[in-house]
Design a protein around this ligand. Structure first.
Ligand code: C2O
Ligand code: CU
Ligand code: CU
Length: 561
C-alpha cells in the first residue's frame, strides 16, 4: 500500500494538523507525530505600524556547534541576536557560550523582538517572568515553523529583575532548552539604579546547568523512561556554558545574578567555607532588606541575586560555591537507585536514573573531580580566585527596595483558594488532575481580569491516576518547581504538616519574601501564594518547571477574562 495515495491516511494527516509535511519530509514528520499530535503552529506574526519601539532586536533560533569540552565541538541549539535599534548595552554576548546573549532593558521601554526560526522544527520564545499580553507571552499556542518569524511587541512593565528567555513549544520545551536555548533578560529601573549596586564587571550573571556528554562530546538527553518521571540529570555542571567554571575577582563586593538553567536539577547552594550567603533578590527583583542564609535551594528557573563580598580576602585565596547534600526531592526509590551514601557517581543503577553511565566512553578524570554529582550529592559549581587586592568596596545597603505586601485583604477569594494540586503517578505527572490540552480551561481556571487571587499549591495523593491513587502517590512524591506566567506573586505561607528528616536537609534554604514566579514545592508542603492578574486578558500558563514534567503534560492554563 502506498500511504500517500491512501485517502483516509491523507485525511488523517491533514486533520492532525501536519500540513507542513511537505517541508519536514515524511519520515521525520511521522516519527515526530507522537509528540506533535497537538502541536499546532501559528501562522507567523508581523510588526504593527503604530508600535514605536525603543529597542528592536532580531532573535535567531538555530543549530550550531560550540567548543565546550577539549576535543570535538558539541552540536547545540542556540539563540543569537542582532540589535536593530536601541542602546548598545541592550545585548551582550557571553563569549564562548551557547547561551543566548544577555538582554538588558529599562522599565517603561517599548520593545520589539522578531524571532526568526532557523531550527529544523517548530519553536517559540517565552519571556519567563515578564508581564506581557497573552499573545506576546510565547506560549505553545504561538509556536512557529521552520523559516517563519514571530514579531513580539510589548512594553516593559516589570520592576528591576533578572528573567529568562527560553523555548516553549508543546512537548519540546525541555529538549530545546537542554540543547542550549536559553538566555537572561535583565531589567533595570530607577529604584535599583539609585542604590548603586556593583555593576559592570562587578555584576556577574551566572547560569547553572547540568549536561551529559557522550564519548564524542555530544549532548546526551533522555536515555530512559525514568528520566522523564524524575527529570533528566547530567553529570557535568556548566556555568555560563563552560565546564569547570573559574572566576578571578578583586577583594571587594560583587553582585552575582544566579539562574538555575537546568531542566530538572535542584541545587543547594553554599560556600565551601560556610560563609553565609547574602541574598538581595529573587525571581522578581530586589528584596526589602538583605537576607543571610547558610544555604539556598535553587530549583529550575529560580533566580537569586547575591551580594558577595571578597573584601579582606588575600590575593591567592580561593572560595568554591558548592551544591550541598540533601534528600527527599526525588521519590525514595529513585534516590536509592541513583546511589546514596558511599556509592557515589558509579553507584549501582545510576545510569538508569540519569546520573551517569549510559556513556562511559570518555575520561572520567576529566569530569568535575571525584565528587558526587547525583542530585542531592555534594559537588562544586564554580571556583573563585581572589587575584587583585583593592582598598575600596561598596557597602551593602540596609534597605534595598520598597513594595506593597499582598495580604488576604487584597484577594478576591480569601476563603476559596484557586487549587494547584500536584499528583504523581508512574507515567503521569499532573496538575489539578489533568494533562495539558488545548481548549481545556476548567471553571476554577477562569480568573477575573484585574483581580488579586489566593492560590494554594499542594500534593494531592488521591485521584489523578485512578486505581493508583493513595499509597502509590505517596511513594512517588517528589519536589516540583511550580511556575506561573504573567505577573510575579508573593508567597503568603509555606507549611509542612509532617516534616521528615529529608525536609530538614532543605528547609532553611527557601527565600520566600519578595516577588517570585517559580516556587519549589517539596513533598508534604502546602504553599499559599497571592498573585495579581492585571492588565491583560487571555490564556496564561501555569506548570511544573521540571521541564521533563512540563513536557509530560504537567501544565495547565488560566483564562483571564
Ligand atoms: Cu519558564 Cu512556561 O516557562
Ligand atoms: Cu514562564
Ligand atoms: Cu514536577
Amino acid at each position: 500500500m502506498k500511504p500517500l495515495n491512501n485517502p483516509s491516511r491523507r485525511r488523517f494527516l491533514s486533520q492532525a494538523g501536519i500540513g507542513l509535511l511537505a517541508f519536514a519530509g515524511l519520515p521525520r514528520a511521522l516519527q515526530a507525530m507522537e509528540g506533535m499530535s497537538s502541536m499546532k503552529t501559528f501562522p507567523a506574526r508581523k510588526a504593527s505600524a503604530n508600535f514605536v519601539a525603543d529597542v528592536e532586536i532580531e532573535l535567531y533560533s538555530q543549530p550550531a556547534t560550540v567548543a565546550i569540552l577539549p576535543g570535538q565541538s558539541t552540536r547545540v541549539l542556540r539563540y543569537t541576536a542582532k540589535l536593530i535599534k536601541g542602546p548598545a548595552n541592550s545585548l551582550t554576548d557571553i563569549p564562548g557560550s551557547y547561551l543566548g546573549p544577555i538582554m538588558r532593558f529599562q522599565t517603561g521601554q517599548k520593545i520589539r523582538i522578531t524571532l526568526i526560526n532557523q531550527l529544523d522544527e517548530a519553536t517559540i520564545a517565552h519571556w519567563h517572568g515578564l508581564h506581557v499580553p497573552a499573545e506576546m507571552d510565547g506560549s505553545p499556542h504561538y509556536a512557529i515553523n521552520k523559516g517563519e518569524r514571530f514579531v513580539y511587541e510589548f512594553e516593559m512593565l516589570n520592576r528591576a529583575s533578572m528573567n529568562i528567555y527560553h523555548p516553549h513549544p508543546h512537548n519540546q520545551t525541555a529538549r530545546q532548552f537542554y540543547m542550549g536555548m536559553a538566555g537572561a533578560i535583565i531589567v533595570n529601573d530607577a529604584e535599583e539604579t539609585n542604590l548603586n549596586l556593583p555593576s559592570g564587571e562587578y555584576e556577574i550573571p551566572l547560569v547553572i546547568q547540568d549536561k551529559q556528554f557522550d564519548a564524542d562530546n555530544q549532548l546526551h538527553y533522555l536515555g530512559h523512561m525514568h528520566d522523564k518521571m524524575t527529570g533528566f540529570y547530567g553529570d557535568r555542571i556548566l556555568v555560563n556554558g563552560r565546564p569547570d567554571f573559574k572566576l578571578n575577582v578583586a577583594s571587594r563586593a560583587y553582585r552575582f545574578r544566579v539562574m538555575n538553567g537546568s531542566t530538572a536539577r535542584i541545587y543547594k547552594l553554599a560556600w565551601d567555607d560556610n560563609t553565609p550567603l547574602t541574598v538581595i533578590g529573587t525571581d522578581g527583583g530586589l528584596l526589602e532588606t538583605p537576607v543571610h542564609k547558610p544555604y539556598v535551594m535553587l530549583a529550575p528557573a529560580e533566580r537569586l541575586d547575591l551580594w558577595v563580598d571578597f573584601s579582606g580576602r588575600k590575593p591567592g585565596s580561593q572560595l568554591v560555591l558548592r551544591s550541598r547534600p540533601f534528600t527527599g526531592a526525588l521519590p525514595h526509590m529513585a534516590e536509592r537507585m541513583m546511589g546514596g551514601g558511599g556509592q557515589g557517581r558509579h553507584g549501582m543503577g545510576m545510569g538508569r536514573m540519569g546520573g551517569m553511565g549510559m556513556h562511559h566512553g570518555h575520561d572520567m578524570n576529566n569530569t568535575v573531580s571525584a565528587d558526587d554529582t547525583r542530585m542531592g550529592g555534594d559537588y562544586p559549581i564554580l571556583t573563585i580566585n581572589v587575584t587583585r587586592q583593592v582598598s575600596d568596596s561598596p557597602k551593602l545597603p540596609a534597605t534595598l527596595s520598597r513594595y506593597p505586601h499582598y495580604s488576604l485583604h487584597d484577594v478576591a477569594n480569601p476563603k476559596q483558594p484557586v487549587p494547584l494540586a500536584i499528583s504523581e503517578g508512574p507515567m503521569s505527572m499532573l496538575i489539578n488532575g489533568r494533562s495539558y490540552a488545548d481548549n481545556d480551561v476548567q471553571a476554577f481556571e477562569r480568573i477575573p481580569l484585574n483581580s488579586m487571587q489566593l492560590l494554594e499549591i499542594f500534593h494531592s495523593h488521591s485521584g489523578g491516576h485512578g486505581m493508583m491513587g493513595g499509597g502509590m502517590g505517596m511513594m512517588m512524591s517528589m519536589a516540583h518547581p511550580i511556575h506561573l506566567h504573567g505577573q510575579y506573586f508573593q508567597i503568603l505561607s509555606r507549611s509542612n504538616e509532617n516534616p521528615s528528616d529529608d525536609y530538614n536537609t532543605v528547609k532553611d534554604g527557601f527565600v520566600d519574601n519578595g516577588f517570585k514566579d517559580t516556587v519549589l514545592v517539596m513533598p508534604g508542603e502546602r504553599i499559599k501564594i497571592i498573585k495579581p492578574f492585571q492588565d491583560f486578558k487571555g490564556l496564561f500558563m501555569y506548570h511544573c518547571h521540571n521541564l521533563e514534567h512540563e513536557d509530560m503534560g504537567m501544565m495547565r492554563e488560566f483564562l483571564v477574562e
